[in-house]
Design a binder for this molecule. Structure first.
Ligand SMILES: Nc1ncnc2c1ncn2[C@@H]1O[C@H](COP(=O)(O)OP(=O)(O)OP(=O)(O)O)[C@@H](O)[C@H]1O
Ligand SMILES: [Mg+2]
Length: 317
């Protein structure tokens, strides 16, 4: 913590603004949490007249389709009730993003998604001063916006971000629930509705790209994977418009490919790819061509592996 941040904390503490919130400012759903001492719920920030507008674009207007695969919905609801930061782990295209969208809709909270990458800086998350005709103007980054006005902030593929960037989430994901904007000289006390969610694909992890233990240990985690056969066929049929029988065949092909993971394939065929193939078939593309284009060609350039996967396709179509 640098001197400015320390001074800001000290000033806040003196003003009493970092103390526990008075009961009446907590939302109904979190009113009981203070007694357990578990949820670090802070008082609401002063309501900015622009707040509704600030988050309008991030509200999810319609119910996203989510086919439950286990107890993930109840577990996430419990985690949100105590504002536990959450980590969603699983391979690409298995439903992590869709699940967060569904949960944000179900909880009635706006969702701000950030795709993390290695060039992302702390300023990209918290905000920066911009120059305009009238001088300099502060612009909140997505994390500051979510913390200030009360959204779920979803950091997609968080391991892609450099560790010096990820540490900005530390004070937000422990009891403090604060985000220091050092350049602006402000400390945001997270809105009671704020929650941080991150996702990552453990398969992509290398030692260089793992999260620090001090970051990981701030989160609860849910494992995601491709659903079992019948459930995945139901999802593929729903999302692509093919009949259940065709969807079932597509899932069989994916299951074959998933067995080749680590034996020549880096990743198996995802639910997302099956939906692509199904959508082409539903458009009238012959199943063989649709599978080659949407399932086989994207995941491997190896001629033998392509032959093996093409053979799996011809077994079913
Ligand atoms: N349980 C489910 N219910 C409904 N749709 C699902 C489910 N699981 C997967 N899907 C479908 O799979 C598609 C891909 O999932 P999604 O984009 O959420 O993957 P992801 O895990 O976020 O992948 P990535 O790590 O690449 O971002 C979704 O658009 C959705 O159509
Ligand atoms: Mg995603």
């Amino acid at each position: 913590m640098n001197t400015l941040t320390r001074r800001l904390y000290a000033a806040r503490a003196q003003q009493g603004t970092v103390a526990a919130p008075p009961r009446d400012v907590r939302p109904a759903s979190t009113a009981a949490l203070g007694e357990t001492g578990r949820a670090p719920v802070r008082p609401a920030v002063a309501v900015d007249p622009g707040a509704a507008d600030a988050l309008a674009a991030y509200r999810i207007p319609r119910e996203p389709y989510w086919r439950p695969v286990g107890d993930e919905v109840a577990l996430y609801e419990a985690a949100y009730a105590v504002r536990m930061p959450m980590m969603l782990k699983g391979p690409t295209g298995c439903g992590k993003t869709r699940f967060v969208e569904y949960m944000a809709w179900k909880l009635g909270k706006p969702l701000i998604t950030v795709a993390c990458h290695e060039d992302m800086t702390a300023s990209d998350l918290v905000g920066r001063f911009l120059l305009d005709a009238s001088g300099t103007r502060w612009q909140d980054g997505p994390l500051a916006l979510a913390a200030r006005y009360g959204a779920i902030c979803y950091l997609d593929e968080v391991v892609e971000a450099r560790q010096d960037t990820t540490v900005v989430i530390h004070p937000l994901t422990d009891k403090r629930r604060m985000l220091p904007l050092e350049k602006k000289g402000e400390v945001i006390e997270a809105h009671p509705d704020f929650q941080l969610v991150v996702s990552f694909n453990p398969g992509y992890q290398s030692l260089m790209k793992d999260l620090k233990q001090s970051t990981k240990q701030r989160f609860g985690a849910l494992d995601f994977d491709y659903p079992e056969h019948e459930v995945e066929a139901e999802i593929v049929a729903h999302e692509s418009g093919v009949d259940r029988e065709t969807a079932g065949k597509l899932v069989h092909i994916a299951e074959r490919a998933r067995n080749l993971k680590g034996h020549g394939l880096d990743e198996g065929i995802s639910t997302r790819m099956l939906i692509h193939a199904g959508s082409l078939i539903a458009q009238g593309v012959p199943a063989l061509s649709a599978c080659r284009m949407a399932l086989v060609r994207p995941i491997t350039d190896d001629a033998d592996m392509r032959d093996a996967l093409d053979a799996a396709v011809t077994t079913y179509f």
